[in-house]
Ligand binder design. Structure first.
Ligand SMILES: NC(=O)C1=CN([C@@H]2O[C@H](COP(=O)(O)OP(=O)(O)OC[C@H]3O[C@@H](n4cnc5c(N)ncnc54)[C@H](O)[C@@H]3O)[C@@H](O)[C@H]2O)C=CC1
Ligand SMILES: CC(=O)[C@H](N)C(=O)O
Length: 390
């Protein structure tokens, strides 16, 4: 979420026209819409006073210099303290100004995150609180990242159903009520054993066998229904397994592809919990976050769909290990297959067809397997050298 109050005419009309954006510096049509929203004089005098007090908080200053004022932009979302949310917030703060991005989660942020910009508590299951946050901060865009991923979801189906489905319903209703632009990520896990796997197109049968996949298909269908029925500006990307160096994965089936780099540089040994031949679509986090921003900033008329596959590469643990060996000759991989994760992986796509994203809004990945491995080992390697030096 991004909140901003501008110093120009807007501030003189505090409470009527200040722009609060959920995901960055909004201009033009989004700004007019936000003004319209606020000019509705929503809520009681007390709420407006509270809103003004919030807007006078140090966070709400739109950086007119330096900040790019692209119409629409991304920002960290609900569930922003996971593997992806902090990176998204950093990307947006670089582009739109530190104080214009609000990060939220139900966990306490680590120091470096807490001091990197505004952070608030927000539980996706607390519908009333979500509405208050949107109204008090004049939110117009939201990225909804809260979820339990595939393996942890199978270990706690009731909680996964609550967060991934009831939480989804809450944010959909708030988004429709307040005319928000809403991004919800889906996943390769939204496909199942009866989907075409090599490659998997955007439109095909989706009968996933995990609560995670079922909840994400539900999110895709509900988001598209709200778009067609209520005009909600819903946008969705099916992410592959995302690989990052400076954030831990959240308990999914593709987590091995993150852990291998840490272990390769720390001990030179890695025990893989998937079979050597398990092929899955994967993507480096920088490509993932850029794709997310690009689809959110794409003009609506470019979007022939509201849910797109995005892809970068597909590899097996064996292929990944071979690439690591080019940099770490002493590296050794062993296999101790986790039957739960293996069954999930065997039901997922092997290759992703993302031709619609490339055609409609110009999607293009930057990182292939060699670039990924070099980047990840450089990060961990420097980390190790610093630790050894200390
Ligand atoms: N990391 C990946 O490889 C992929 C991620 N995605 C999707 O991207 C989104 C973000 O993924 P990650 O950052 O990897 O997830 P993660 O599991 O690392 O983080 C999820 C965050 O949600 C928060 N959360 C849990 N319950 C909550 C609640 N009731 N209210 C608010 N927040 C709550 C957690 O505290 C956590 O910080 C998820 O929706 C996930 O399905 C999709 C495909 C691949
Ligand atoms: C691919 C995903 O959605 C996630 N990383 C998982 O493995 O659950």
């Amino acid at each position: 979420r991004v909140r901003s109050g501008t110093r120009c005419g807007w501030r003189r009309e505090a409470g009527k026209g200040d722009v609060t954006v959920a995901t960055g510096a909004l201009r033009g049509e989004s700004l007019r819409r936000a003004r319209g929203l606020v000019r509705g004089g929503a809520g009681s005098g007390g709420e407006r006073i509270k809103a003004r007090r919030l807007l006078r908080a140090p966070v709400c200053r739109l950086r007119s210099h330096g900040a790019r004022s692209l119409p629409g932009s991304g920002a960290a979302a609900e569930g922003g303290l996971g593997q992806l949310g902090v990176g998204l917030a950093n990307l947006l703060r670089k582009r739109f100004g530190k104080d214009n991005v609000i990060l939220s989660d139900i966990r306490k942020p680590p120091d470096h995150v807490f001091h990197s910009g505004p952070f608030i508590y927000s539980d996706i299951l607390d519908y009333k609180n979500l509405r208050e946050i949107v109204v008090n901060n004049r939110i117009t865009w939201v990225f909804h990242y809260s979820a339990l991923l595939s393996a942890v979801g199978e270990a706690n189906v009731p909680l996964a159903r609550a967060v991934n489905i009831t939480g989804l319903h809450n944010i959909l209703d708030v988004a429709a009520e307040h005319n928000l632009r809403l991004f919800i990520p889906s996943t390769i896990g939204a496909f199942g054993p009866t989907s075409p796997r090599n490659p998997t197109p955007d439109l095909c049968i989706q009968r996933p066998r995990t609560i995670y996949g079922v909840s994400k298909v539900h999110a895709e269908l509900m988001g598209e229904y709200y778009h067609h029925r209520y005009g909600l500006d819903f946008r969705c990307l099916r992410y592959p397994g995302i690989i990052s160096a400076d954030s831990q994965p959240g308990g999914g089936t593709t987590d091995y592809a993150v852990q291998i780099f840490h272990d390769a540089t720390k001990s030179g040994k890695f025990e893989c919990n998937l079979k050597a031949s398990t092929r899955l679509p994967m993507m480096y986090i920088d490509d993932c976050l850029r794709a997310t921003l690009e689809v959110m900033e794409a003009p609506a008329e470019r979007l022939s769909m509201r849910t797109y596959n995005v892809n970068a590469m597909s590899f097996t643990p064996e292929e990944l290990a071979q690439e690591v060996l080019k940099h770490v000759p002493e590296f050794q991989i062993t296999y101790h297959v986790d039957p739960v994760r293996q069954a999930i992986a065997d039901s997922w796509p092997m290759n992703f067809d993302d031709s619609n994203a490339r055609k409609d809004w110009g999607w293009k990945h930057d990182f292939d397997l060699p670039e990924l491995v070099t980047t990840m080992l450089n990060f961990h390697g420097s980390d190790t050298r610093v630790a050894q030096a200390n």
